[in-house]
Design a protein around this ligand. Structure first.
Ligand SMILES: Cc1cc2nc3c(=O)[nH]c(=O)nc-3n(C[C@H](O)[C@H](O)[C@H](O)COP(=O)(O)O)c2cc1C
Length: 400
């Protein structure tokens, strides 16, 4: 699965909001990911930034005036609309949203949106009162009813000094929206993929837990990769420091028992389950109802009992099941016995003693073992790419 943005034609509409400074970063990140970015600036945007700002990043002409003889659009006013794989308006002012809602085509951006058959994403940015205004709300709903994706806005501190809903989403979130929209008709379209992520927390008392070093990055990356191939992706997540991934349903849990219940429930109508969570094998037999004091004693014993196996609770034939084995010794042998013991279709084994992959890293180096006994050794790669390699195998199993 190649980089989903590579060589994709993105028409990036920039309108007259102070948030357009973030679009410079967005254009830069998209270009770094080898997308082909055609920026269209409105008259409002030109008050804040110059076309040179964007063209020096994208290395492509910026369109500002449909009638300018130098504009590509003066020869063919729908050229950008036709070649775009996706149109993203970020930031989208209240004015731009109103014009789109009413089907106006009085500048290069609105003409392009009206003429395109590509998916359109709008990222509103404005003062909270402007966004809350019934006129804007009605316009936003109109766009949504036509299949336009309205991404954000987020709550937070606004340029007006107010705190409220109106902040444009961050470039990373907008890139996630682009990937999701571009991958809508991927090879997992119509499929539901459930992923478990993070390290469960088993409470000892109200302030202390037994947990592990899982960061949740691997599970989140699998879910994002599934989303970007058209799947309905659901993550059952133990506590992590990560923000919820865009476009992924997230069920937050803490303990192994809660994770089991949530995974079983989510799998009822799922096609594949990828268990990337580090589920505690043990939990305290009992949990103190108030904080255990240091007191005078020199030691404290906590009795543990075994947690039930989550996969054992799922016996639905059609489901493709993938596990992870994080091992510090006997990697292959331990992974193989887990694959067989848990009835998995595939297991991704990683050596947690390796310095370049593992828990908190953005990269991972895994071996993929299947039921037939084949072992595929993958080089060090991003967790997103590992997720895609696993999903390649899931797709093959689903279409078997
Ligand atoms: C400093 C400044 C900041 C502005 N920020 C926003 C904004 O964040 N969102 C918005 O909807 N309008 C904002 N406006 C108002 C728009 O620029 C104005 O409505 C303009 O007509 C938008 O034109 P356009 O949508 O064609 O770019 C701002 C205006 C100024 C002077």
């Amino acid at each position: 699965m190649p980089n989903p943005l590579e060589n994709r034609q993105i028409a990036l509409g920039v309108t007259g909001s102070i948030a357009c400074f973030k679009s410079v970063d967005l254009a830069s990140k998209l270009t770094q990911q080898r997308a082909l970015v055609d920026v269209i600036m409105t008259r409002g945007a030109l008050k804040f930034l110059t076309p040179l700002t964007f063209s020096s990043i994208t290395h492509r002409d910026v369109v500002t005036d449909i009638f300018a003889p130098s504009s590509e659009l003066s020869m063919d006013h729908v050229a950008l609309a036709q070649r775009a794989d996706v149109v993203l308006i970020a930031p989208a002012t209240a004015n731009a949203i109103a014009k789109l809602a009413h089907g106006l085509a009085d500048d290069a951006l609105t003409t392009t949106v009206l003429a395109t058959t590509a998916p359109v994403i709008v990222a509103p940015a404005m003062d909270a009162h402007m966004f809350d205004n019934p006129a804007t709300q009605e316009n936003v709903r109109k766009l949504e009813s036509r299949g336009i994706v309205v991404a954000g806005p987020a709550e937070g501190r606004l340029a007006s000094g107010l705190t409220g809903k109106g902040r444009m989403l961050e470039p990373a979130e907008l890139i996630a929206h682009l990937r999701m929209v571009l991958g809508r008709h991927g090879d997992l379209e119509g499929r539901k993929v459930v992923v478990s992520a993070g390290g469960t927390q088993e409470p000892i008392d109200p302030v202390r837990v037994i947990t592990n070093r899982s960061s949740g990055k691997m599970g989140f990356a699998v879910a994002e990769a599934a989303r970007d191939r058209g799947a309905t992706a659901l993550v059952v997540s133990a506590p992590t420091a990560l923000p919820d991934p865009v476009g992924v349903h997230v069920v937050h849990v803490e303990t192994a028992l809660q994770m089991r219940d949530a995974v079983v429930h989510a799998c009822a109508d799922a096609d594949a389950l990828v268990m990337a969570a580090a589920v505690a094998d043990w939990r305290p037999v009992s949990q103190a109802t108030s904080k255990v004091k240091k007191g005078a004693s020199e030691s404290w014993s906590v009795e543990l009992t075994k947690n039930p196996d989550i996969l054992a609770a799922i016996n639905h034939e059609r489901l493709v099941k993938v596990g992870f084995a994080a091992e510090s010794e006997e990697l292959l042998a331990n992974a193989r016995s887990k694959l067989i013991g848990k009835g998995l279709d595939l297991i991704a084994a990683n050596d947690i003693t390796a310095s370049d992959g593992g828990f908190a890293s953005d990269d991972n180096r895994v071996l993929l073992l299947d039921k037939a006994g084949a072992v595929e050794e993958l080089p060090l790669m991003s967790k997103y790419e590992v997720g895609n390699r696993i999903l390649d195998r899931v797709v093959a199993l689903l279409t078997r």
